[in-house]
Design a protein around this ligand. Sequence first.
Ligand SMILES: [Zn+2]
Length: 135
Amino acid sequence: MSGLHFRDDIWLLSRLDWLWSGYFKDVKQTNPVFIKFGRFSKYRLGSIRLDRKTGHSHITITSMFKDETIPVAIIDHTIAHELCHYTHGFSAPGPRLHKYPHHGGVIKKELEGRGLHHLVKAYALWLKSYRKLLR
Ligand SMILES: [Zn+2]
């Protein structure tokens, strides 16, 4: 097989599947959820939106993360962050569990509660050096 480590949309989907089946198993997928690389953005790392017309959810990840010097944990953290929004009913068909998507550190709490502390830690560490790079 060629391109075993190449980061494309199929690779993203495999990361989403891995996270969902390993850490979000209790979260029912009530609509089709798609994931893909979007445009290159330094600040907006990921997003999730619900297409009201089709009822599909779309997760978009910055193309910056195609760079293989960026640890996989950082991409996993970004995907897991969007999965938390889905879990809380944002950009998902279900009811919203909070008024605001980032209310009072709910994402961090959700990630920690699901045993993803290592991703939170890896991201915080990466962010430190990344911020220096941005300056
Ligand atoms: Zn968010």
